[in-house]
Design a protein around this ligand. Sequence first.
Ligand SMILES: Nc1ncnc2c1ncn2[C@@H]1O[C@H](COP(=O)(O)OP(=O)(O)OP(=O)(O)O)[C@@H](O)[C@H]1O
Ligand SMILES: [Mg+2]
Length: 295
Amino acid sequence: MSAANTAVKFFRKLEPEDLRTLHVIEANMSRYRYVPEKTMPKLAELPEQETQYRLARLGRFKLVYRWTGSYKGYTLNTAGYDCLAINALVKAGILEAFGKPLGVGKEADVYDALTPENKRIAVKFHRLGRTSFRQTRRVRGYIAERRHVSWLYQSRLAAEKEFQALKLLYPHSIALPEPVSQNRHVVAMGMIEGAELAEHKELPNPSKTLEEVLSNIRKAYVNARVIHADLSEYNIIIMPNWHILIIDWPQFVTREHPNAEQLLRRDMKNIVGFFQRKYKVKTKLEDALNYVQTN
Ligand SMILES: Nc1ncnc2c1ncn2[C@@H]1O[C@H](COP(=O)(O)OP(=O)(O)OP(=O)(O)O)[C@@H](O)[C@H]1O
Ligand SMILES: [Mg+2]
């Protein structure tokens, strides 16, 4: 069961005292590797017995991890952090209910969900820095000072960046999901139907699809000064009407970034190369680059 599954399952069972206890652990995690059990009643403003009861419940729900060493202490599990973000989105009137998982992978879990107005949204839980600290540090170019909380920071940073990209780009009518909200490591956005370009066996008009992708890369570059920087056939969704949407923006850079040119070239190489390999659509990389960079 994925962490988000655990969070979705147990979130409904959480009582205000459970959430308060989770909050206290979160707030003290940068100070302690394991938040000492002894300090918890005072921090949570709960009687000692009640605190014990809450910690035991949270442990049973697998939302916290209990460590026993020279003292007893607690740290948030991924699912515990998920619950805090879900709670904030519910309280903000963004989120009402969860549906099925849309994509569960290495760097994110994405869920189908409903708002209180019954609008369908996608809820993306960012997952970074937990399994392979060194690799994510290299890839994301982000150096965490405190290793034990780096997954919290890195995942939150990715969500903040992705939401920022959606907000920057959406007003320019670029084909991407509508930004709805963000809290901690979670982004809520418009729900889209379709499947990754990589999954499609065929397209009715591949060169038209490529044109549409390039025209959106161009709009992002020219009008919003933004480069995706992780573009490939896996981050392009083909909708049932065969139009495209570009997803997965946490690694975006602006044109001011020192490697902007290189990153744009890499994105374009991936796309032009993919259409050449799979659909025999021949486009010169330099021509395509020229097109996306001019008004
Ligand atoms: N707004 C959305 N609406 C519907 N489905 C979505 C949405 N965003 C993402 N998905 C689904 O979730 C999958 C993963 O999303 P995304 O590419 O943004 O994350 P990722 O960081 O690549 O995650 P992973 O490492 O798990 O592949 C997508 O391929 C898509 O199937
Ligand atoms: Mg992706």
